[in-house]
Design a binder for this molecule. Structure first.
Ligand SMILES: *Cc1c(COP(=O)(O)O)cnc(C)c1O
Ligand SMILES: [Zn+2]
Length: 413
């Protein structure tokens, strides 16, 4: 059973067995996986990890599964790239980008789904299901196809066309729900109690699913030569990824793989769906649900399940939470593309725009080693760019026409 001791309530700390459970019977708090860290410390070494596969499974000793996945898409171990040109534009000293556009289905969701479906199979659950804003739909449908599992994917009916097509192609059941993500999520919560034999990755097996995000911390530390960064900027939808990246850095220190070092964790939201940023700005502990209205659909969760925990991590680590407009998101997508050659989806635009805002406000020091998480591929949200992209000019197929048009456009000769 790996090093998992069981599940524990994050609020009242009652213990539960490592089954398909997600809420505490006593206080309704969320359940979290508990590990035997002494046993992990006795087993893991940098060499053992370094000799592992180039995927999330190199960190299997720190994940809540008995072993690597078998029939799996092998997500993770994406590049960490030094971003000097973007860093110079933003006035930052040392900037790195974690390029999770390069996962099997183009977003970080492949990591969490890899862990969730592996756990589901260990628990004997045969149907993969989820409520999704799009990227999770892609990841669940693809990973289920690969593993030969049935899948049921529930999405809001107004999702980007590309995300519908790139889910449907994998051949599972794709259910479009007339409502927003929070409506879809509510329906799935009801369904999950009606069909306990289904693995709803972000409902009844959420404690395992969310642990997959820790690999975003493990990889960054390993890729920095087993050192922790000073400051990370992370997008917030439910807030799970942000809290688990923080947890992942802490675990590496706990099991002796890195020197303990404080990491400031900052969060990024779209103004059109910024309940956690608002609570941060107001110094409040209450996250008031909102009705999302933003082009960053993959982050459009109006009532974030882990919002409060994300707020806690940001506050206690000395980070900030920024919120950016749709116009700033589009500008950041093109800034990232033209400075670093990385095409991110709207969530990546949210992160880079927030990074720019925090840098301009002096909330990120020029002496800090900064990592920004770019979590999804731009090919998924081409629609959002609208008329902002197109040819520099249109010409008939002749040399004179090109020379004249290029001179008029201020070309390079
Ligand atoms: C889901 C998602 C996130 C954030 O997820 P959390 O719910 O906060 O864990 C970030 N970026 C992309 C592209 C996503 O799809
Ligand atoms: Zn409890």
């Amino acid at each position: 059973m790996g090093f998992v001791q069981g599940l524990v309530c994050r609020e009242c700390h009652r213990a539960y067995p490592a089954e398909a459970l997600h809420v505490c019977d006593y206080c309704f708090g969320p359940l979290e996986v508990a590990y035997d860290y002494d046993a992990i410390a006795a087993r893991v070494t940098k060499e053992r990890i370094g000799a592992g596969p180039p995927s999330i499974w190199r960190y299997v000793d720190l994940l809540p599964v008995a072993g690597p996945a078998g029939a799996d898409l092998n997500p993770g171990f994406t590049p960490l790239v030094r971003a000097d040109r973007l860093g110079a534009e933003l006035g930052l000293g040392e900037l790195w980008l974690k390029d999770d556009t390069r996962n099997p289905t183009g977003s970080f969701k492949d990591r969490v789904v890899g862990v969730a479906l592996t756990k589901a199979r260990e628990l004997g659950l045969k149907v993969a299901a989820c409520a999704s804003t799009g990227n999770l739909a892609n990841a669940v449908a693809a990973a289920a196809a690969r593993a030969g599992m049935e899948s049921y994917v529930f999405i809001p009916a107004n999702l980007e066309r590309v995300k519908v097509a790139t889910t449907a192609v994998f051949g599972g059941h794709l259910v479009a729900v007339e409502g927003n993500y929070d409506d879809v999520n509510r329906l799935c919560a009801e369904l999950a109690s009606d069909r306990p034999e289904w693995a709803f990755v972000n409902v009844n097996i959420r404690p395992y699913y969310s642990e997959g995000s820790k690999t975003l911390a493990f990889e960054v530390a390993e890729q920095l030569g087993w050192q922790l960064p000073d400051h990370v900027v992370v997008p917030i939808a439910s807030g799970s990824q942000l809290t688990k990246i923080h947890k992942g850095f802490g675990e590496l220190a706990k099991v002796g793989l890195v020197e303990p070092h404080p990491v400031r964790v900052s969060g990024a939201q779209a103004l059109g769906c910024s309940p956690v940023a608002t609570a941060f700005a107001e110094g409040s502990d209450t996250i008031r649900p909102v009705r999302p209205d933003t082009i960053a659909k993959s982050l459009a969760i109006g009532n974030p399940a882990d919002g409060w925990y994300a707020l806690e991590v940001v506050r206690s680590s000395g980070g900030r939470i920024g919120a950016v407009s749709d116009a700033e998101i589009l500008e950041a997508i093109s800034l990232l593309a033209r400075t670093e050659g990385i095409f991110a989806e709207t969530a990546g635009g949210v992160t880079i725009a927030t990074l720019a805002k925090l840098a301009a406000e002096g909330a990120i020091g020029t002496d800090e080693r900064v990592v920004a998480y770019v979590t999804g591929n731009g090919l998924k949200t081409v629609e959002a760019l609208g008329d902002a992209v197109g040819p520099s000019y249109v010409i008939p197929p002749s040399l004179e026409a090109f020379v004249a048009a290029d001179r008029a456009a201020g070309g390079i000769r």
